[in-house]
Design a binder for this molecule. Structure first.
Ligand SMILES: *Cc1c(COP(=O)(O)O)cnc(C)c1O
Length: 393
């Protein structure tokens, strides 16, 4: 690389480090489970998106192996050219039936689903109303669409209504929101959003990345949990489903349209056949084993309650994402380091992912955790909080 470029990269990196915002990879040497091995040492995993513990499930692995034996490893082409197999078709049908929708379409990731769907539906003459805490892939989808994007205050329905009024001059209006907010662990007020959408003639798009498999009696997501219907639901297979890939569900017309429009679908190689087969198996398990979800929510309620009783500022509700607010970025890093020393893996989340002064330890729980592990996490956090003088006593 030319030294000329090195100079400014060096300066930028130094600034990032000085702010305590430098990011580095941690490398796991084990399969995804309640514990993880890093640098030869075992830690209790408290930060994974593997909510139902399916990412290492033998049944998924077996489904993938059988599929790979028959269909190979790579799909070798875009779905629209040579990369489509019966496994892809079956998975799309399975996702549609799971979500109680007419049709589904796969993407290679949730990120690609968001940018593809949003930029296909909204155009230059349209307006998107976007929650201020929406995921980065939604923000990027809005940018790609070239639509006017108006950000409304986080889950603030008064602000959304005010901005919907301002948006009446545009051709179409879209309200887009996370179903469960990934950094705050709270649930979007979908019944109110849907009502406003009807009142002000706006379509509702929900990104259910953290809710699929987790919320609702059958794990169908926020729509099931809150008993509402939305126009477009986007999701990922890379969290509770335990594999990888993204999807969109809705009417058959919507899917027909997106197949012809979404560039991140058209110009992307189809997902690996093994992933498709494993994902279908995972959705079967999500429906057939509600006890995983029940156990997860029992643990989540228990840990929230314990942390609040210990005096911590804990965000969110009724989801396995439990953000514990620490404050400044460097203190959160210190907290995470002490957790590591206690054998718990839960990294600090810092700006720009979250606002200044709101750095946090973002705990996430899994159905494979035990009550004892949850107690240990609570005790360790309480002890470290006292060491760092975060609470009285
Ligand atoms: C993780 C996530 C995505 C991206 O999904 P991938 O499959 O990892 O690309 C999109 N939206 C939200 C809200 C997420 O949390």
């Amino acid at each position: 690389m030319p030294a000329r470029m090195h100079n400014w990269l060096e300066i930028e990196l130094k600034q990032i480090k000085e702010k305590g915002l430098y990011r580095e990879l941690k490398t796991a040497e084990s399969s995804p489970a309640s514990s993880v091995v890093i640098n030869g040492k075992e830690y209790l995993m408290a930060a994974s998106n593997n909510y139902l513990g399916l990412a290492g499930d033998r049944r998924l692995i077996r489904a993938a192996i059988i599929a790979h034996e028959k269909f190979g490893i790579g799909s070798s082409g875009s779905r629209l050219t040579t990369g489509n197999t019966i496994l892809h078709d079956q998975l799309e049908q399975r996702i549609a039936s799971f979500k109680n929708k007419e049709a589904a379409m796969l993407f290679s990731s949730g990120y690609l689903a968001n940018i593809g769907v949003i930029s296909s539906l909204a155009g230059e003459e349209d307006c998107i109303l976007s929650d201020e805490l929406n995921h980065a892939s939604i923000i990027d989808g809005c940018r790609l669409s070239k639509a006017k994007t108006i950000v409304y205050k986080h889950v603030d329905m008064e602000d959304l209504e005010k901005k919907l009024k301002e948006a009446q001059g545009y051709r179409y209006r879209f309200i887009v929101t996370d179903g469960v907010f990934s950094m705050d662990g709270n649930i979007a007020p979908l019944p109110d959003i849907v009502k406003l959408g009807k009142q002000y003639d706006a379509y509702v798009i929900v990104d259910d990345a953290h809710a699929t498999g987790v919320l609702g009696e059958n794990g169908r997501g926020t729509s099931e949990f809150l008993n509402v219907d939305v126009d477009v639901t986007i999701g990922t297979l890379s969290k509770a489903v335990g594999t990888e890939g993204g999807f969109v569900v809705g009417s058959q017309k919507l899917i027909d349209y997106l197949r012809n429009k979404a560039r991140s679908f058209i110009f992307q190689t189809g997902m690996s056949p093994g992933i498709a087969a494993a994902s279908k198996k995972a959705i079967d398990i999500i429906e057939e084993e509600p006890d995983r979800r029940e156990h997860l929510h029992r643990l989540e309620r228990k840990l929230r309650e314990k942390l609040v009783n210990s005096g911590f500022y804990v965000l969110g509700e009724q989801t396995p994402i439990i953000p514990v607010i620490i404050g400044e970025a460097d203190k959160a890093v210190q907290f995470a380091q002490k957790l590591l020393e206690a054998g718990i893996y839960a990294p600090a989340i810092r700006p720009p992912t979250v606002p200044e002064g709101m750095s946090r330890i973002r705990l996430t729980l899994m159905a494979s955790h035990t009550e004892e592990e949850i107690s240990y996490i609570h005790q360790s956090i309480e002890r470290i909080g006292k060491e760092l003088k975060m609470m009285k006593g």
